[in-house]
Write a protein that binds this ligand. Structure first.
Ligand SMILES: C[S@@+](CC[C@H](N)C(=O)[O-])C[C@H]1O[C@@H](n2cnc3c(N)ncnc32)[C@H](O)[C@@H]1O
Length: 267
């Protein structure tokens, strides 16, 4: 794997991976990301809590999956590494877990080395690809994962960057169609259901800066799980999904977390 040419990292517009890194207190972001992050904070000071709640959902859902025998993970929209990363959570429980990470942002590729340090028994690999090119993802994943055995497909805080015009629901169906029975879909997604006006202002600001935000209702989110069996407790605000599997995020109950999380099993 080769790193991106520095010229590939566009520092003139905000990028979701780098804004998210800024919310989480990371250092892999640029002034343009911080500036847009601050605008989001001015609209809702709880944005960093939301980012942590989302990350904590990833920790708990991967813990649940590993505890339920899942040994293979395909994580699309990985983000800039933030410990613990998905493979570290999975391999603590299943040391030989195999994980393929995938993101379309060159900044993630630049930091991918941190995603590749796992257990000796397990395997981690990084693939630079866009979720709108599912064939490339499946082809790359096949080199590391046995697609005849169950895989957890995690699309965490990713699909609200993919509008309906790009076929968000069809892309998920296409990826799942390559995975066998016993595989899982793991998702979180932003919504405007709880705070319609604030969410619309935030989406408008991001849109003006070149970042698409496709906020989806509970029903539109649930539709990603069509044909799957939702794992109890079903669709929830992310921190209410199996809270017993992790520590609460400070501030998570102080107001609305405008998102949904769920896990579904392919029958
Ligand atoms: C908010 S971050 C979430 C990171 C991680 N999944 C988490 O929940 O902690 C969203 C990630 O999705 C990536 N992303 C956005 N659009 C994408 C696309 N079309 N294909 C692949 N990755 C994408 C961004 O680069 C970013 O790293």
């Amino acid at each position: 794997m080769t790193g991106p040419h520095p010229a590939e990292i566009d520092t003139s517009t905000p990028h979701p991976a780098r804004m998210y890194d800024w919310y989480l207190g990371g250092k892999d972001n640029y002034p343009v990301d911080e500036s847009m992050g601050r605008q989001m904070l001015a609209l809702d000071p709880r944005v960093p809590v939301m980012a942590r709640v989302n990350r904590a959902f990833m920790h708990r859902s991967v813990t649940w999956l590993a505890q339920h025998g899942v040994r293979q993970f395909l994580d699309v929209g990985t983000g800039i590494p933030t410990e613990p990363n998905l493979h570290q959570i999975a391999q603590r429980i299943v040391p030989d877990a195999r994980v393929v990470y995938c993101d379309n942002d060159p900044i993630v590729l630049a930091h991918a080395e941190a995603l590749l340090r796992g257990t000796d028994e397990g395997v981690t690999q990084y693939l630079q690809a866009d979720v709108r090119d599912p064939d490339a993802i499946v082809e790359g994943a096949r080199e590391v994962l046995d697609l005849d055995r169950p895989v957890a497909l995690s699309l965490i805080a990713l699909l609200h960057f993919v509008p309906d015009e790009d076929g968000a629901h069809e892309l998920v169906s296409r990826l799942l169609s390559e995975l066998p029975s016993g595989s899982y879909l793991v998702m979180t997604h932003a919504t405007a259901d709880f705070t319609p006006e604030e969410s619309e202002v935030a989406a408008g600001k991001l849109r003006a800066a070149g970042v698409t935000l496709a906020l989806r209702s509970r029903e539109e989110f649930t539709r990603f799980f069509d044909g799957l069996e939702l794992v109890e407790p079903g669709v929830r605000v992310p921190h209410q999904w199996h809270p017993e599997l992790g520590d609460p995020v400070p501030g998570q109950d102080d107001g609305v977390i405008p998102g949904y999380g769920a896990v579904g099993r392919k029958p």
